[in-house]
Ligand binder design. Structure first.
Ligand code: UD1
Ligand code: UDP
Length: 366
């Protein structure tokens, strides 16, 4: 079968990279459609270069807009390409507007839709990502769930069992493929004058956090207190959206927080791997910290990655400053010896084996 990918943002590029590379090795790729949802070099091109991905076949250059306009324009353009090229299968990954657009376009054209990272739920429908996940899962023919927990969730929503495949998360493949390279090639610690185990790493970019002045302000206050309480600098590679919010709200950044540019993948992995604690509202960063054995606190009210909490790698603290300090204080002493719940780094192979029918799944009892 020939396979087309739709992607558009940083996490999709990173998490689809192992699948695209495997697809290239097997000569199965039909097209890569880049929606252009992310367009800054630091969120986009840098990952294509570093992860040795082929250039997108089509670039839609949709850019930023309201959700309806952005998603709508993507659907129109993706549909045109799919009608022309008629791939057998369209693969999307994750929960962004690009994913939803790909899902809607494919499902109307009788092209098989595969959703990589299916079955995640925060149960918070105010988050755009939650709506995107639910709709995409329910339109999919292949649901590649990272864990048994996500499979159970899909079953509880009455998605037919024979569509669900537990493969692990492709982020494990990506971390395994790049961790050693990062250690060999990244000079980011020296560049920022950081000592392993003597600093913390922060990322915060979600709409729910940084579009609200009070929440973003509380988050910065709390993380600033963590820096002084733990006597560790907090390094914050800032997403352009968060940088714009910071400026628009004219928020004070506490002394212990050092804002730096968004990082390329190897530099970011190095920063995560050597941090004593990760503070984040990102999905992918919660997973990576857990895989790397670095404790984290999640600066949100809910997480669609409860496995990280269940194994003791993560704690949900919200944005209340006192709760952030308390959570950081507890988590920093964790030894990192938990079991990675996201699979063994063969997700990409399993996904392609499934699509090509090389491996028939065992149907589990209902
Ligand atoms: C999107 C995803 C989010 C994901 C994140 C990964 C949706 C609804 N959200 O959020 O789930 O966690 O990507 O990073 O799909 N901008 C730039 N440069 C860019 C892209 C965006 O400056 O290259 C700024 C613009 O001001 C834009 C804002 O970021 O208005 C939001 O961009 P958008 O693509 O809508 O969502 P993200 O916040 O990046
Ligand atoms: N990441 C990166 N550089 C950065 C910040 C994050 O390479 O400066 C990577 C990180 O390793 C992870 C992914 O981006 O794999 C997470 O993406 P993001 O936080 O933007 O989105 P989310 O996972 O929350 O959807």
């Amino acid at each position: 079968p020939d396979i087309t990918f739709v992607l558009g943002t940083r996490p999709e590029i990173i998490k689809l990279a192992p699948v695209i590379r495997e697809c290239e090795d097997r000569s199965l790729t039909r097209s890569i459609i880049h929606t252009g949802q992310h367009y800054d070099e630091s969120l986009d091109l840098v990952f294509f270069d570093q992860l040795a991905l082929p250039e997108p076949t089509h670039h839609l250059e949709v850019g930023s807009s309201t959700h309806g306009r952005q998603t709508g324009e993507m659907i129109i353009r993706i549909e045109e390409i799919l009608r022309r090229e008629r791939p057998d299968t369209l693969l999307v990954q994750g929960d962004t507007n690009s994913v939803l657009a790909g899902a809607i376009a494919a499902s109307k054209l009788d092209i098989d839709l595969g959703h990589v990272e299916a079955g995640l739920r925060s149960d918070d429908r105010t988050m755009p990502e939650e709506t995107n996940r639910v709709l995409t899962d329910h339109a999919s023919d292949y649901l590649f769930a990272p864990t048994e927990q996500s499979r159970a969730r899909l079953r509880s929503e009455r998605i037919p069992d024979e569509r669900i495949y537990v493969t692990g998360n492709t982020i494990v493949d990506a971390v395994e493929q790049n961790r050693t390279l990062a250690a060999q090639r990244s000079a980011v610690l020296a560049e920022y004058d950081l000592v392993p185990g003597r600093y913390c790493l922060l990322t915060a970019h979600r709409a729910e956090t940084i579009d609200d002045e009070q929440r973003f302000g509380d988050l910065l206050t709390g993380v600033g207190r963590v820096a002084s309480h733990l006597e560790r600098e907090v390094v914050y590679p800032i997403h352009p959206r968060a940088a714009k919010s910071l400026e628009a709200f004219d928020l004070d950044v506490p002394d212990g927080i050092r804002i730096v540019e968004p990082q390329n993948y190897l530099d970011f992995l190095s920063l995560e791997d050597a941090a004593s604690l990760v503070l984040t509202d990102s999905g992918g960063v919660q997973e990576e910290a857990c895989i790397l054995g670095v404790p984290s606190v999640t600066l949100r009210e809910s997480t669609e990655r409860p496995e990280t909490i269940d194994v003791g790698a993560n704690r949900l603290v919200g944005t209340d400053p006192a709760a952030i300090v308390e959570g950081a204080d507890e988590m920093i002493d964790r030894d990192g010896e938990w079991t990675n719940p996201f699979g063994n780094g063969t997700a990409a192979t399993q996904i392609l084996d499934t699509i090509t029918g090389a491996e028939r799944r065992e149907v589990s009892p209902k």
